[in-house]
Design a protein around this ligand. Structure first.
Ligand code: NAP
Length: 289
C-alpha cells in the first residue's frame, strides 16, 4: 500500500466514517500499518482506537461536528445507515477541500431496482454532480449479516429464518470490503470508478445453513418464511414500517436471483480470491455458538 502525499511532502489524511460499524471497522483495520494517515470518525467514541489512528467525534445529527472532522482531509470514506444524510457531508467535504469521496453504496445501485439502491444511487448522483472525485463501492449483502441479524435464532433454535426462498446470493465478507476500501483509499487510478463487490459464489440460505452446520458442528436448519412474516418480525424488533418494507423488497430481489452474479473486483483489487462463506463461518463460529 502506498501512502499518498501532499505537495508539501506530508501524508494525505483519510477520514473513515462509521468506524465502529461492520464495514468501517474493517476499513480502519485494513488501513492500519500501511503508512497512511488515518482519522477514524465515531458517533460514540470508543474506549480504544487502533494504534496509529487518530479519532474524532462525528454525528450526522449534530452538524457542528461535521466540519471539524473534515479538517485537512484529502480522501473521505463515506457511509451511513440512512444514506440521505450523506448529502450534507458531501457539501461540507467540498467546502473543506476534500478531493475524493469513496462511498459505500450497494450492489446494482445503478439499476435503482429496490429502495436501498434508489437511496444510494441518489447520493451517488449527488456526489457525481458535486465536482469532487469519487469512487463507489457497491457490495452485495454482507456475510456478517448472519451474525448481526440472525445469530439469536441460530444460537437458541439452531435455525436461520429468511424470506428469500431458494434464491442464491453472492454475499461478500466485510473484511474483503475493508481490504478493497484500504486499497482504493490509498491509491490513485480509482477515480470515476464503481466496483461491484461480491463473494466467490452465490449461495441459497439452505447452502448457508449447511456451511454453518459444518462450522458449528451441530445441525442448523434454514426455515423459509413469507415476506409478510419477515416484515412482521422486523417491525417487532423495532424497525419502522417504511424500512421494513425496503427490507422485504430486498429479500424479494434475492429470492428472484437478481443478486447472484459474481464479480471479479475483489480479486482484481486485492490480488486474492474473495473469502468463501465456509471460511467466514469458521472464523465467526464463536459468535454463533
Ligand atoms: N448490511 C448489508 O448487507 C449491506 C449491503 C450493501 C450495502 N450496505 C450499506 O452499508 C451501510 C451500512 O454499513 P455498516 O453495515 O458497516 O453499518 P453499521 O455496522 O450499522 O454501522 C454504522 C456506523 O455508522 C455510525 N453511525 C450511525 N449513526 C450515525 C450518525 N448519526 N452519525 C455518525 N455516525 C453514525 C455507527 O456509529 P455507532 O456505533 O456509534 O452507532 C457505526 O459506526 C448502509 O449504507 C447500507 O445500505 C449494507
Amino acid at each position: 500500500m502506498v501512502a499518498r502525499r501532499r505537495r508539501n511532502g506530508e501524508k494525505a489524511m483519510i477520514l473513515v466514517t462509521g468506524a465502529s460499524g461492520t464495514v468501517g471497522s474493517e476499513v480502519v483495520k485494513a488501513l492500519g500499518g500501511g503508512g497512511a494517515r488515518v482519522r477514524a470518525a465515531y458517533r460514540t467514541r470508543p474506549q480504544k482506537v487502533p494504534k496509529g489512528v487518530e479519532s474524532v467525534a462525528l454525528d450526522y445529527d449534530r452538524p457542528e461536528t461535521v466540519r471539524p472532522a473534515l479538517k485537512d482531509v484529502e480522501t473521505l470514506f463515506l457511509l451511513s445507515n440512512t444514506v440521505d444524510v450523506e448529502r450534507t457531508v458531501v457539501d461540507e467535504a467540498r467546502k473543506a477541500g476534500v478531493k475524493r469521496v469513496v462511498k459505500l453504496s450497494v450492489l446494482r445501485a445503478e439499476d435503482e431496482a429496490f429502495t436501498f439502491a434508489r437511496w444510494h444511487r441518489g447520493v451517488e448522483k449527488y456526489i457525481e454532480a458535486s465536482g469532487l472525485l469519487w469512487t463507489f463501492l457497491r457490495p452485495n449483502g454482507f456475510m456478517q449479516n448472519v451474525v448481526t441479524y440472525m445469530s439469536e435464532t441460530i444460537r437458541k433454535e439452531s435455525a436461520l429464518y429468511a424470506s428469500a426462498g431458494n434464491g442464491a446470493t453472492s454475499h461478500v465478507d466485510a473484511r474483503d470490503i475493508g481490504a478493497v476500501g484500504a486499497k482504493v483509499l490509498t491509491e490513485s487510478g480509482h477515480e470515476g470508478k464503481a466496483y461491484e463487490l461480491t463473494g466467490p459464489v452465490a449461495l441459497t440460505y439452505g447452502q448457508i445453513a449447511e456451511s454453518l452446520t459444518a462450522a458449528l458442528g451441530r445441525p442448523i436448519r434454514y426455515v423459509p418464511i413469507s415476506h409478510a412474516q419477515y416484515k412482521q418480525a422486523a417491525m417487532a424488533a423495532g424497525t419502522h414500517e417504511g424500512y421494513a418494507d425496503a427490507l422485504v423488497e430486498l429479500s424479494r430481489y434475492y429470492e428472484e436471483g437478481h443478486a447472484a452474479r459474481v464479480s471479479p473486483a475483489v480479486r482484481q483489487l486485492t490480488g486474492r480470491d474473495p473469502i468463501p462463506f465456509a471460511q467466514f463461518a469458521r472464523d465467526y463460529a464463536d459468535k454463533l455458538r
